[in-house]
Design a protein around this ligand. Structure first.
Ligand SMILES: NC(=O)c1ccc[n+]([C@@H]2O[C@H](COP(=O)([O-])OP(=O)(O)OC[C@H]3O[C@@H](n4cnc5c(N)ncnc54)[C@H](O)[C@@H]3O)[C@@H](O)[C@H]2O)c1
Length: 514
């Protein structure tokens, strides 16, 4: 069985239900064919009719059959003269996102923004009745019931990374796009990591607590310098890369273990790419920055601590569970690990009686990686822009459950996308971890399809175990670029024994073919 692939659900869930989510008023499907109708004013002062809510027009726009810009520009003007306009699209901002994000939504023509923070689940059921989009952070839960109560819902935008508070499966079944904003937190989390690294070197929080207790203790809080020390970064993605830059500025030697990173990318960052076995015994400081996957769970456990230098300092601002907490506590107690800094935990919130809270050489923060004013602004604006783009029929960015393909094309493409995802996952599992290129060749009738989407499906399948749930059809090529892995696509017209054929080949840096 290919890992992760049997859970692919989007292919069944993406097709639009004609009753699910339309709002156009008085349109019979083709522009210009408007019928006499009774008119009334909406709260925006637009004249609309509810006489014939056939909803077909907006459905067509949503499916991508009619460019939405026509709806908002020429179409609106024409409709106005015809005495008819569309109801605004309603966006519910259910959790407090940055005011800049809300302002961005308000500026969009044809959007009505409702801010309702901290609403109870019962209240949400009423609020969502006529909304097209919901923006949340982590507080409001978008449950199956809420999705069912929102027949017009097109998109749920999460300002932040984790979508645990959204029932993605229910959304996918309904064809509702669920999006997150993975990059807005990068600098904030890299800086928090570096704060932890500095506090691991110099016990500032402990010294401050001692001062607050009225003491003047100049002996207990001696530290070490970062200058000329070796930092090991496990997972050299967005955040790991930013941590590397900061460490270099402090005069540290930086080693990185990221099996999916091309050597050229590590070289460009002036980071020494090494294996985990090589990294562990050499480093004075180790920080982890990868997703929690089957491969990364407990990657830093008792066996890994065994291989480390005595007095190593260790940090996790990525995901709880990458470092095994019981093994860390033992290593801290034995003196193998001199200090640790954690922002994330195996169970959150961290248990009040956790051993970690009792150790003097540990600095703990309650999952604050993204908690800066700038990151909050960034994710708020990002989610607002993404929602606006989706509702305006533009690009779907950072969708966790949908490819950005219109429904008609999807119907034809779906089996190929499914196959592509499986092929990508299979190749990733049989090829060595480090590759420099993925070569994809299409033959026969596959060449007539949207090969770009199939390529993305292959890339997404390939990345599932590497980048976790964050990777999707939209961002898979970007993930490849960041890993420094090239993708070469060929549409071949040479003869083949099959009506359609897709070949995926992984090429290693030494030219090996898999
Ligand atoms: N503390 C917080 O509040 C906070 C905020 C933002 C992100 N995060 C977490 O930080 C982590 C890193 O985020 P990012 O944006 O840099 O992600 P990213 O996808 O940019 O980078 C992850 C890197 O991990 C690498 N990787 C995957 N599997 C690996 C393995 N088995 N061994 C070594 N490397 C492996 C990937 O190749 C990739 O380069 C994620 O887990 C993210 O959820 C935490």
């Amino acid at each position: 069985m290919i890992d992760g692939v049997e859970n692919e659900r989007w292919a069944e869930g993406k097709s639009r239900n004609s009753s699910g989510g339309t709002m156009a008023i008085s349109m019979t499907g083709t522009r210009g064919e408007r019928q006499p109708r009774d008119l009334h004013e909406t709260n925006l002062g637009w004249k609309v009719s509810r006489a014939r809510c056939e909803m077909r027009y907006f459905d067509a726009v949503w499916r991508g059959e009619i460019p939405v810009r026509n709806l908002f520009l020429a179409e609106r003007r024409t409709a106005h003269f015809a005495g008819t306009l569309f109801l605004p699209m309603k966006i519910l901002v259910a959790d407090k996102i940055s005011s800049k994000g809300v302002a961005h939504l308000r500026q969009q023509p044809g959007f009505e923004v409702v801010e309702a923070y901290g609403s109870s689940p019962e209240k949400m059921l009423t609020l969502v009745k006529d909304v097209h989009a919901i923006a949340v952070r982590s507080e409001t839960k978008i449950t199956r019931e809420i999705i069912a109560a929102a027949p017009l819902l097109k998109v749920v935008g999460r300002a932040g990374v984790g979508v645990d508070n959204v029932d993605v499966e229910a959304a996918t079944e309904r064809g509702v796009v669920v999006m997150n904003t993975p990059s807005g937190n990068t600098i904030a989390t890299a800086e928090l990591t570096f704060t932890h690294i500095l506090c691991g070197a110099r016990p500032v929080p402990q010294a401050s607590a001692s001062m607050s207790a009225g003491k003047w203790d100049r002996k207990s809080f001696s530290g070490v310098e970062l200058f000329r020390k070796t930092l090991g970064i496990v997972g050299l993605g967005r955040i790991g890369g930013e941590v590397a830059k900061r460490a270099q500025a402090f005069g540290m030697r930086v080693l990185a273990y990221d099996p999916y990173l091309a050597p050229s990318r590590a070289k460009a960052m002036q980071v020494e790419a090494v294996s985990l076995e090589e990294l562990l015994p050499q480093c004075d400081f180790i920080t982890v920055h990868m997703p929690l996957t089957d491969d990364t769970k407990y990657m830093i456990g008792a066996a890994a601590f065994e291989k480390m230098k005595k007095g190593v300092r260790i940090f996790n601002c990525a995901r709880g569970g990458i470092i095994e907490e019981t093994a860390l506590v033992a290593a801290l107690k034995s003196g193998k690990v001199a200090a640790a800094g954690l922002d994330v935990y195996e169970g959150e919130p961290l248990a009040a009686d956790s051993e970690l809270r009792k150790l003097p050489n540990v600095v703990l923060t309650p999952h604050l990686g993204a908690s800066t004013a700038e990151a909050q602004d960034a994710v708020g604006v990002e989610v607002a822009e993404q929602i606006a783009d989706v509702l305006a029929g533009g690009v779907i960015r950072n969708a966790v459950n949908m490819p950005s393909i219109d429904a008609a094309a999807l119907k034809v493409l779906a089996p190929y996308l499914d196959l592509g995802t499986k092929l990508g996952a299979l190749v990733q599992q049989i090829a060595p971890a480090q590759i420099s290129e993925l070569r994809i060749t299409y033959w026969g009738k596959v060449t007539e399809l949207d090969a770009n989407s199939v390529t993305r499906a292959i890339q997404r399948g390939y990345l599932r175990r590497i980048s976790g749930e964050e990777v999707n059809f939209v961002n898979a090529p970007f993930f490849f670029k960041r890993l420094g892995v090239g993708v070469e696509v060929t549409k071949s017209n040479s003869e083949s024994d099959y009506a359609g054929l897709i070949q995926v080949t992984a090429v290693t840096p030494d030219g090996g073919i898999h």
